[in-house]
Each structure stands twice: as C-alpha cells, then as structure tokens.
Design a protein around this ligand. Sequence first.
Ligand code: GLY
Length: 381
Amino acid sequence: MPDAVADVAVAGGGLIGLGVAWRCAQRGLSVTLADDVLEAGASYAAAGMLAPVTEAAYGEEGLLELCRASLARFPAFVAEVEHASGIDVGLRTIGTMVVGFDADDMRALDELYDFQRELGLAVERVTAREARRREPALTPRLRGALQVADDHSVDARALHAGLLATAQAAGVRLVRSKVAALCVEHGRATGLRLADGTTLAAESVVLALGAWSASLPGVPPLPVRPVKGQILRLRGGAESPGPLGGTVRALVRGRPVYLVPSAHDRLIIGATVEEKGYDTTVTAGAVHDLLRDAIEVVPGVTELQLVETLARCRPGTPDNAPILGPSATPGLALATGHYRNGVLLTPVTSDAVAELLVSGKLPDLAAPFAADRFERWNQCG
Ligand code: GLY
C-alpha cells in the first residue's frame, strides 16, 4: 500500500526540483518532493553564474534563447523567493568581464565578440587599462577584455535555501529519503519508491535528479551523463569586501577559468569539466590549476583563505541542452540535463514543467527541448 498520495511527486531537491515543486504547488497541485542529501547535486557546487551570453557556443542558439528567456524571469523569480523566504539570494546585475592574456586568447575573444554581435547581444570591447579601471584587482598583465552587460550572478546556495523555504511555505511536502526507483504500472508512472521502503503514489512524477536522472531504476533510457566539475571557495577577512565587483571569466593562454564574487564566500573559482562518471574526488592537480590560473587573473587571490574545495556532477546531454517535458513513460515528466546552466534555467524550467502538469501542454518555448528530439537525431543518424 502506498504511504502517501499526491498530484505530483518530484524526485530531486536541487534548484530544478524545488522550483518545479513550488510552481506546481502555487498552481493548486498537491506536491511531495523526495531527496535524501540536498547538498549532493550540482546546485550545491554551482558558482551561480547567470550567463546566457558567455556560456553560448556556436550551434547552441536555441539553448541561448531559452537561457535568455529564463534570465528575463530572474528578477521577478528572485523577488518572489526573497519575499516569501526572507532570504537575500544575492542577485548581482553588474555584468561579466571576459579577459585574455595572449594573442590566441584575444583571437578567441574576437570570435566571441563577433558571435555575440551577430546574435544581437550586448557586448563591448574594453582595453586592458579600462578593464582594470572597472575591476582594479585584475592583473596588469592582461591583453584586453570584453564587457558583457547581460550576464549576471546569484548566490546559488542562498537561492536554494530560499527556494526550499518558499516551496515548503507554498505547501510542498519534503520527504528526506533517497529515491530508489520509479514505480511503473501498466506502462504508466505511478509514483516513487523510496529507500526507506515507502512509496509515494502520485498522478504525475517529475524527474529532477540531475546527473542521476538516467540511472534511476524504472526510468526510460535518457541521454543524461555525469560531467564532473571541481570548484573552490575562498574568503577574505571579515571586513574585506572581496576582490571583484562582478564575475570575471578568463582565458589564461587558452585555459578557461571563472571568478565569481559572492557575499558569503568572497570568491568562487571554477571549474573543471571532466568525463569521470560519478567520481567526486577533489584532486590536487585541479586545485592547483584553478588557483594558478585565478592568481594570474587576480593576483590578490593569494591573500584569500581557501575555505572549500568540492566536486559535483553536472547533468550533461548530447547537445548541452536540458530535457524538458513528457517522457516515453506516460505520467513521467522530465526536468533534467541542465548541464552548465541549471541555476539560470530554474525559472523557465519551473514554469514550463508546472504548465505541462496543469494544462497537459508544454509551452512553445520549451517544446524544442523535449526528449523526443533525440529520437529524431537517432533516426537521422
Ligand atoms: N556554469 C558553469 C559551470 O558549469 O562550470
């Protein structure tokens, strides 16, 4: 016998799962969300960049559009969360600087500039001197920079805490137990089986387990894989405001690194991108490389205290875009595969999946990101 019945059971308590659960509850659905360790997923490691422009790559224009739509929703989303939870989630809207060191880095920045201009995005070339006027902690050794007005950041951990409080205040029931399997009866998803032996029966199930989405027993095949990221957190003295006003991304003689200021931990430095399965070991080599490159960009990083090193798995997909909406199993909705853009895509994913569960229709904006796109790819292949 099931121990609980809900309109919606959400598997996964990261930003995506919480956002979907909250929006569903706001729309009148009864929602239970299950997860055991809320710090185990990518949300806990995220630097909090809201970076549709500087994360954009050639061939990913569709994803860029979804990211920009989500960014446009961010101020209202944050205002609602802050109002409901009383937690300041540290939204910074002063833009992002991208800096380079050698001729190859500058060529890469030129390409980024041209691509962004082609797409009509706000980007400005900045001399090294001007870059240092805007961010005095930058090294005098950089060659030049771009200023991207529309890439922002948020404190991802504060946003998670805020969303958790907001979702629960809206009526979401949180069950702190590991999700063991998707329950399927007569080909339809009917709920979640938990590791503590209980079952959450639900009309609809939402899969928001990030990098673990494809490995949950009972879930139909999904092209989601873990992509390891190692990241560092540093702090100055209690009175120190931190070295940077806004996010700085750099190519340091071809090696990418980003430095994201944060109100709590003064600086977040990231991140590796590694195909290592579910390994979350922090390696000396990665810490060394990230610190070496960050210190090249901002020499004052040497004075900061290294307070945390960690690794988590991003949910990667073949086209780097999320998988949203219906699945091959009726009753199972997908909110996964957000790869490098999970924080940014939380508002649009939450709205789109809640809309699907309430009205039966995935909004047009999200429709290109449904799972059936991979079937079409396979047929073409
Ligand atoms: N969005 C940055 C990262 O995934 O490292």
